[in-house]
Write a protein of this length. Structure first.
Length: 329
């Protein structure tokens, strides 16, 4: 399966509210029009009227009636109702800011360029792809899927009815609106980063508290760039430091370690340059010839090139294989 690459240039997304059904202009061999069942038609056939209403209310011209292909995660009516109530949004009386928000949330359910079946996703197991929604600097937001127990998106939304096929793509009905992801979304939804979450929560427990978790889950914070160590990276650190758990360190030390993984800017991988990288904890150095980071102790960390540019609404994540440490005195 070819998951959308980072370099894929998403097609322009325009709204065409000319009715919610369409008919292809193509002819069959007898000269008769061929009926086209688009992903929008499939959504309506499944009584997803709230999705249709949201598309109309935002005046979001989409290419969903175009040639595609598209993969659409379509929320149920109950899911949309819950989202709108929680956000205190009335589709019939949208402010400009609310319209922009709902539009971006809708686009966060659309993958452009591929029609991915549930089999495609299950065969991949888990991974990241891009949606049509945008975040800092106009970068397309990422989406994380995991198929350990069904198909789950961003750790919050489960596919309840898969593989509704259209002529221009595939619709998977989901039970929860996939809200705009944050750095925290990707940290908490991927089990391979669970120790990073533990470290964040441990640092938060200090006095005074350091509100890491609240910050990385705040859609209006940042933007930040986070170099996220894997669980294996943290396990290797425990061996290196000859300790049995991160809690053997004081919270101030863990705080200092975490700060060395955060840059106060949204820096995608193609924007990294060789030389000094100023983190919130102090300077480290980058070498883009081999995609490595080196801390003040000369310890080198590889940036995992298959796990870069995981884009959230408040920043971007690049996965690394070694924990960065503050410079020893």
């Amino acid at each position: 399966m070819k998951i959308i690459s980072k370099t894929l240039k998403l097609l322009p997304v325009f709204l065409l509210v000319l009715g919610l059904t369409s008919c292809s202009d193509d002819d069959d061999n007898n000269g008769n029009p061929i009926q086209s069942t688009t992903v929008v038609d499939v959504a309506l056939a499944n009584d997803l009227t709230s999705l249709a209403a949201a598309l109309e209310a935002t005046d979001l011209v989409t290419t969903l009636q175009g040639s595609g292909p598209f993969t659409v995660f379509a929320p149920t009516n109950d899911a949309f109702s819950t989202f709108l109530t929680s956000a205190n949004i009335d589709l019939n009386n949208l402010t400009a800011d609310e319209e922009a928000l709902v539009r971006n949330v809708l686009l966060n359910h659309v993958i452009i360029g591929e029609s991915l079946s549930s089999t495609d996703l299950v065969n991949a197991g888990s991974g990241y792809t891009n949606t049509a929604a945008v975040g800092p600097n106009g970068e397309n937001l990422s989406l994380y899927f995991n198929t350990t127990n069904g198909v789950m998106v961003n750790g919050i939304s489960t596919v309840s009815d898969a593989d509704n096929t259209a002529t221009n793509g595939t619709v998977h009905i989901v039970d929860t609106v996939i809200d705009l992801p944050t750095i925290g979304t990707f940290a908490t939804s991927n089990d391979a980063l669970s120790i990073l979450v533990d470290a964040i929560m441990y640092a938060d427990s200090g006095t005074p508290t350091v509100p890491y978790l609240a910050t990385v889950t705040d859609s209006e914070a940042g933007p930040f760039t986070v170099f996220a160590p894997t669980n294996t990276a943290f396990a290797n650190l425990l061996t290196e430091l000859e300790i049995s758990a991160l809690t053997d360190l004081d919270t101030d030390t863990v705080d200092s370690v975490l700060l060395h993984h955060i840059v106060s800017a949204n820096v995608q991988s193609n924007e990294l340059s060789t030389g000094t990288v100023s983190t919130l904890g102090g300077d480290i150095s980058a070498d883009t010839s081999d995609f490595t980071l080196t801390d003040g102790n000369g310890r080198e960390s590889n940036i995992v090139t298959t796990l870069v540019d995981i884009q959230g609404i408040n920043g971007v994540v690049h996965v690394i294989d070694t924990v960065i440490l503050p410079t020893s005195n």
